[in-house]
Design a protein around this ligand. Structure first.
Ligand code: SF4
Length: 408
């Protein structure tokens, strides 16, 4: 399937013209797909044209909302199903100042950070249209339109490392900020990366000027290597240098994400070391409560430890805040929901397989029983017939004897 959400208006116009349709149809088609319509419900477009599009393998939707989980804190977690049946997830955070949508950029993730469920497996990159499809579906869920959108902010912090899917992510950013489409301001978009220096610099040089968040989670290379395998390739110093470059080119303050993990990166000495590392960078540290992932075994710190860490950073002159964790009751951390769904699917398929095995075994036992019964019946009838033959032989012999006696 060729996903129409992957195209910008200019590319869509070329497609429309190639079907011998008039140019204005491209804008109608573009609005229909950004409003989350599927082929059948795009009523302002000629049905013959829509049929030709589907015949040629074009699809107007890149994914569908598969399941919705509502948290007591008003955040909503979405599990989406892609057209190839892969699952991804996202979360909508509803604040007084607007609605922020967290989108995924990959199915799973290659980076394998020790505190994250997404890193447990990687399947593939998402296309630009599949990332945009998450915005389309949730905007439509909120009863928004492309001309009256209900999502105000986007964060690329869901499953996947955005800079590991660079070209598709950049295309998505261009699509979502285009004034032909949703027209998001770059100020309202934040990309979060685990820190790939060359890609951070490349993103800066593209001039998109979105907000950049760096998942640092450690004040030095030794600790970072323990929890983030990417640190074996890139030192914290090189990540901070790339962040400074981004800051210089875009004039955007950098957000430093720091999940406090008990006994790993949460001591006051760690706070002082972090302050030293960041002293020359125009940044703000977001302290995050760890979303514990059962398979990972890492523990979060107490509220009082978080407060002490924060106070130490502030004392050292670093701007910092505690970011409220949302959606804990609905597997809010990235990758948790998808992994849960995959485990449930696996358990369901194992149960079905077991049930099938039991059914087959019962069928086999029944067949064996029937075979035995048939064999027994056959043997019985053979015995009976032998018995009858013997009886007949005996009575023949008796008759013969009788006749002989009569004859005497
Ligand atoms: S934290 Fe981000 S980069 Fe690390 S494994 Fe999870 S999704 Fe990937």
């Amino acid at each position: 399937m060729n996903n129409l959400l992957d195209y910008n208006l200019e590319e869509l116009t070329n497609i429309v013209l190639s079907f011998n349709e008039q140019k204005f149809r491209a804008k109608q088609l573009y609005n229909a797909i950004l409003n989350g319509k599927d082929v059948l419900s795009a009523t302002n477009l000629p049905q013959a044209f829509l049929s030709k599009l589907t015949e040629k393998g074009f699809n107007m939707q890149s994914l569908k909302i598969h399941k919705i989980f509502k948290s007591h804190d008003k955040s909503v977690k979405f599990l989406y199903k892609l057209n190839d049946d892969n699952l991804i997830e996202g979360v909508l955070m509803q604040h007084s100042y607007g609605n922020t949508l967290c989108v995924s950029t990959q199915v799973g993730c290659k980076m394998n950070c020790a505190f994250c469920a997404s890193g447990l497996n990687f399947v593939r990159n998402l296309t630009a249209g599949e990332i945009l499809g998450q915005v389309v579906q949730v905007n439509s869920y909120l009863k928004g339109l492309v001309t009256d959108r209900k999502i105000t902010n986007i964060v690329l912090m869901g499953s996947g490392e955005p800079l590991d899917n660079f070209d598709n992510v950049v295309k998505f950013l261009k699509l979502v900020t285009s004034d032909d489409g949703f027209n998001f301001s770059v100020r309202n978009i934040t990309l979060s990366t685990c820190g790939i220096p060359s890609k951070i610099e490349k993103l800066a040089d593209l001039g998109l000027s979105i907000n950049l968040a760096i998942s640092l989670h450690a004040p030095n290379n030794e600790i970072r290597k323990q929890i983030m395998p990417v640190a074996k390739s890139f030192s914290v110093e090189s990540v901070i240098e790339a962040a400074k470059h981004y800051n210089t080119i875009t004039n955007r303050m950098i957000y430093i994400e720091y999940a406090l993990i008990d006994g790993v990166n949460s001591s006051l000495q760690n706070a002082r070391e972090l302050a030293d590392l960041l002293c020359d960078l125009n940044c703000k540290v977001n302290l995050i409560g760890l979303n514990e992932v059962k398979e990972r075994g890492l523990k979060k710190v107490t509220d009082s430890q978080t407060q002490q860490f924060l106070r130490e950073l502030l004392k050292c002159g670093i701007s910092a805040t505690i970011r409220k964790s949302l959606g804990d009751d609905v597997n809010g951390a990235c990758g948790q929901l998808r992994n849960k769904e995959l485990s449930q699917q696996k358990a369901k398929s194992t149960t079905l397989q077991t049930a099938k095995k039991i059914e087959n075994k019962a069928k086999f036992n029944k067949e064996i029983k029937n075979d035995r019964k048939n064999l027994k019946n056959k043997n019985n009838s053979k015995t009976n017939s032998n018995y009858k033959k013997a009886e007949n032989k005996k009575s023949l012999k008796n008759n013969k004897t009788k006749n002989n006696y009569r004859g005497k």
